[in-house]
Design a protein around this ligand. Structure first.
Ligand code: TXA
Ligand code: MG
Length: 320
């Protein structure tokens, strides 16, 4: 795995790699992030593949300043107050996504909202400016491992990783060691989705109001799968389809799509799971928008990213 000290040259290279759709691990003030171009579905699919995560959960999109944040999402009055107080810094705001944001549907797991953060770390901000695109970045650790606070941890976790991870930028140990606090700021009432580096009490002082805790009854924050807003198609979803029935659209995969006269989208004619993941949410939306009663989904192999694709489709089949 290639590790470079975060020199100006290395940062410029990191920016170019990100623009091209490659992945770069870089330090933030919380933990190291595994970054990819948030406008590029394949890059985002590469993040999930590299992390080995069996589920698609929405990722945080990192930008260098508020002007860039406003190109992607709408900030209401409360969100604006929080942004002024805590950005740049270890606070993530879940906001209404702009329809013309250009963000990959995979980065938001098909939701109409997007989580945005402006990191307060000179290397992270320099990388974001060099990239010139919004950067999706979950913590740079393999799924199930602890978050990485040093470049060496990242290298150990991804030693045998496939090519999308092109570079690890070494900026020394991170300051906080815990992830950013995640708030839902889409409405008037601010909701804590994940406790993190900014204490909730400090947020409440700034707001002059209580923050509701969206916790699961123990002390654990709700996982995105439990969020009521999690994207689910209106149409009935039928898995492992071997035919397309009347009133159904087809979600195909691979080089031999089922015959149908109705609406159809092929997730990947080449049978490439990375491409299929990148297209999944946009395809579900497009088929749903045709007004069909149901969506017949062809079998999708469960290896690699197929596990997360099938997890998402199973949830869609169970319904709201
Ligand atoms: O400190 C951090 O936040 C690190 C560094 C690298 O910036 N990043 C990080 O990202 O922890 P990630 O992707 O591992 O965390 C994303 C969190 C998850 O809890 C996810 O459920 C929540 O943000 N989230 C993201 N988008 C959301 C959305 N649209 N609605 C609700 N929750 C969302
Ligand atoms: Mg994490």
């Amino acid at each position: 795995m290639r590790i470079l000290k975060a020199s100006p040259e290395a940062i410029a290279e990191a920016g170019a790699l990100l623009r091209e759709g490659r992945l770069v691990a870089f330090p933030t003030e919380t933990v190291y992030g595994l970054g990819g171009n948030a406008l590029d579905g394949r890059a985002v699919a590469g993040i999930f593949a590299t992390k080995g995560r069996p589920q698609f959960n929405p990722l945080i999109v990192h930008v260098p300043n508020v002007a860039e944040a406003e190109k992607l999402a709408m900030l209401g009055p409360a969100a604006r107050r929080l942004a002024e107080a805590f950005w740049p810094g270890p606070l993530t705001l879940v906001l209404q996504r702009r329809p013309d944001s250009g963000l990959s549907e995979l980065v938001t797991a098909g939701l109409d909202t997007v989580a945005i953060r402006i990191p307060d770390h000179p290397i992270a901000r320099a990388v974001l400016i060099a990239a010139g695109v919004p950067v999706a970045a979950p913590s740079a650790n393999r799924s199930g491992h602890v978050s990485a606070t040093m470049a060496r941890h990242v290298a150990e976790d991804f030693e045998t990783s496939p090519p999308p991870l092109a570079l690890i930028l070494d900026g020394g140990p991170t300051a906080h060691g815990v992830e950013s606090t995640v708030l839902d700021a889409t409405g008037d009432e601010i909701v804590l989705l994940r406790p993190g580096a900014v204490p909730t009490e400090v947020i409440e002082t700034i707001l002059g109001a209580k923050v509701r805790r969206a916790l699961d009854g123990s002390d654990k924050p709700m996982s995105p799968g439990q969020l009521a807003s999690h994207y689910a198609p209106r149409a009935r979803v039928r898995l492992e389809a071997v035919d397309v029935q009347a009133g159904e659209a087809l979600l195909a995969f691979g080089s031999s799509p089922l015959p149908t006269a109705g609406p159809a989208v092929n997730l990947s004619p080449a049978g490439d799971l990375m491409e299929a993941a990148a297209n999944l949410f946009a395809a579900l939306r497009a088929l749903d928008a045709t007004g069909v009663d149901g969506i017949a989904v062809m079998p999708i192999p469960s290896e690699g990213l197929g596990e997360a694709i099938n997890d998402r489709l199973r949830r869609a089949a169970v319904g709201r």
